[in-house]
Design a protein around this ligand. Sequence first.
Ligand code: ATP
Ligand code: MG
Length: 426
Amino acid sequence: MSKQINAIRGMNDLYGDQSQAFDYLVQTSESVLKQYGFQSIRLPIVEKTELFARSIGEVTDIVEKEMYTFEDRNGDSLTLRPEGTAGCVRAVIQNGLAHNQIQKLYYTGPMFRHERPQKGRYRQFNQFGVEVFGIESVDIDAELIALSARLWEKLGLQNLELQINSLGSQAARQSYREILVAYLEDNKSQLDEDSLRRLESNPLRILDTKNPDMKALVEAAPKLIDHLDEESKQHYEDLKAHLDDLGVAYVENPNLVRGLDYYNRTVFEWITTELGAQGTVCAGGRYDGLVEQIGGKSTPAVGFAMGIERLMALLMDNQLIHEDGGPDVYMVLAGDSTKRPGLIISEQIRENLPDINVQMNCGGGSFKSQFKKADKSGARIALVLGEDEVSQQQIAVKYLREDREQEMVSWDQLFSLLKTVLTQSK
Ligand code: ATP
Ligand code: MG
């Protein structure tokens, strides 16, 4: 036997329940996004490395140590996208979609980060991203948050906590940075290795530390929210007022800074306690400076990304997946001469009754084993075709899930019977 080849660590196959949960999540998200007037955009998985370095920030975990970067055959440095916003901004600029117009876009697909694989943290994972370009006022921030809340409700997810914060303007953040660095310098002995490194390069990130030993230090640190510029302060107050109007509950977390450099003003995360340490299922905020930073005309923007695997885990743990796509009808064939009419009748059902799913018993098998498969398939009806039935142009209809007598119908009557029995209850 040849040596087996396995997938790369942290890059998973999704099948069975997982695949069902994935599809259900994406379809439900799309249906909610449509309610709010969003359109889909499809983006490349590979971009120039420079795009991510410039947007996410040189001194972030992602750019410093998590990107899958490689040299193309012509020597260009390319990177498998670690997130979707940068590519979406690039696309919007390149295609002239941002200038003097509003864009409300969503996308979904795989992202790649070289992290240590663990529950809820993978090297290839999927995000569902939502971005709005061209709106500066806070009503859209509130609407985006309300949209995500509506999605949780539609999915039946409870116990998600919304945390919000404001990062203010670039200038406010700059002056706060000095205040923070002074405080951290005074407490340098308590900083861990990562934080010492960040002290000069990206001190705000220290607030986002996951090290429990630094918790007290971080909680006592001066707060950015106390040093906001007037406009950002108003923007934040208005956001809270809108959320109150909409009945969306939130917790203010002054240490919420997000791991990417492009955010300003509103930032938010939806967090669950059900998944252990990897509890953030959705995160986003405003990034008014990014379009200009990547070479477009100054355009306000706001968005968020959901972690599909983490939401899938929540759905599966809470048994919230609504299965669909199983067969309604299972075709059981007794005898070789029934195969040809069986195939034809199955096709005719699909042709005439496209809402009904038919599983044909291809591959043969005993009567008993075929019935076992029919039962396991979840189908409501088994159609049984034996040689006698074929010679009389009839078919037996057997009800697998209800107390109802088996009946024999002619091929002509079959469609109307299936329609009456199956489509009305669908
Ligand atoms: P975390 O703090 O959990 O590392 P992050 O701040 O790096 O998250 P974002 O870049 O904001 O995450 O990505 C948005 C969402 O994508 C996260 O909230 C999470 O649900 C999901 N996500 C991020 N990284 C991973 C990963 N390696 N595996 C699975 N899901 C992920
Ligand atoms: Mg991360």
